[in-house]
Structures are given as C-alpha cells and as structure tokens.
Unconditional design. Structure first.
Length: 156
C-alpha cells in the first residue's frame, strides 16, 4: 500500500514564476544555493531536466548525507506538476520499495500560488518500522526558501 505525506505552502509569487524554478533544470541550482542544509550535491547523469532526467543527489550531512539516484518520471509544464522517483540507493536501501517526490504549483491568484509537495512511499513488510523515516519536511523547507526568494526579490 502506498502512503503519502503532503505539505501545502503559499508562495507570494505568480504560479508561472514559481514553475520557472520547480519545472526547469534550474531547480537543482536553486536547491544548492538556497537550501544547502537539505541538499549538498547534485550530479546530472543524463537528460536536460525533462522526463527521463537522471541524477545523483546527496542530502546534506544534517539529513544523514544519504546519496541516491533519482529519475524525473513526469514534468508537466501545462499543469505545473513534477514527479521524481528514487531508483537506486537512499531510502530504497532502507527497505522502501517506492520513494517518490511530487510537486504541484497551483495558481491561487495573479500574485500568489500554492506549492503542494508530497512524498509517496511504500515499504517491504519486514521494514515497516522504517516508515517514520519518510518525511515531507525537506520539501516544505524548499517551498519556504522559494517563498523567501520571491519576497526578497520583490523588496530588493
């Protein structure tokens, strides 16, 4: 059974501008510069940021320094949805059979939007005690950093 953790964060910027960060290859650079306490390193293995892009991600030491291979399984520019799945290492080494990140940028009005971030996961029965390791908190911190980026940009 797939479980899901969800966070919704309001961003004080138009959905199209927020998607320019989440929906492009620039997202990796944003993470490295604005949330270095979450992501330490990103290595592009193949692709240009669209569906099928494969990368190695290393979490920051505060998050255990976990390293994993991630594949973008969906990049929907029209509906502003991006889905990435761990395909090797990371939580998969801890008994998870699925660990998926999903981002959806939902227009609220002309000046703001909602970033709906979720983690979908599934565990082997014998690893059920590891369910508490699944967390949406890093994705929430990323959304907050995006909001801060736009707030600082508008006051600069």
């Amino acid at each position: 059974m797939v479980s899901e953790l969800i966070d919704e964060t309001e961003i004080q910027a138009p959905a199209a501008k927020v998607w320019e960060i989440y929906g492009t290859v620039e997202f990796g650079n944003f993470l490295l510069h604005h949330v270095p306490h979450v992501v330490q390193k990103i290595e592009f293995l193949e692709g240009n940021g669209g569906e099928g892009t494969l990368l190695y991600v290393t979490f920051a030491p505060g998050l255990g320094g976990m390293r994993y291979k991630e594949k973008f399984t969906k990049v929907d520019n029209e509906n502003r949805i991006k889905i990435a799945e761990m395909v090797e290492g990371g939580y998969l080494d801890l008994g998870f059979t699925l660990y998926r990140f999903r981002f959806e940028i939902i227009e609220k009005n002309e000046e703001s939007c909602i970033v709906k971030s979720s983690v979908q996961y599934e565990l082997k029965e014998e690893a059920a005690s590891n369910a508490s390791l699944a967390t949406v908190q890093p994705l929430k911190e990323v959304a907050q950093a995006v909001n801060n980026y736009f707030l600082n940009k508008s006051t600069a």
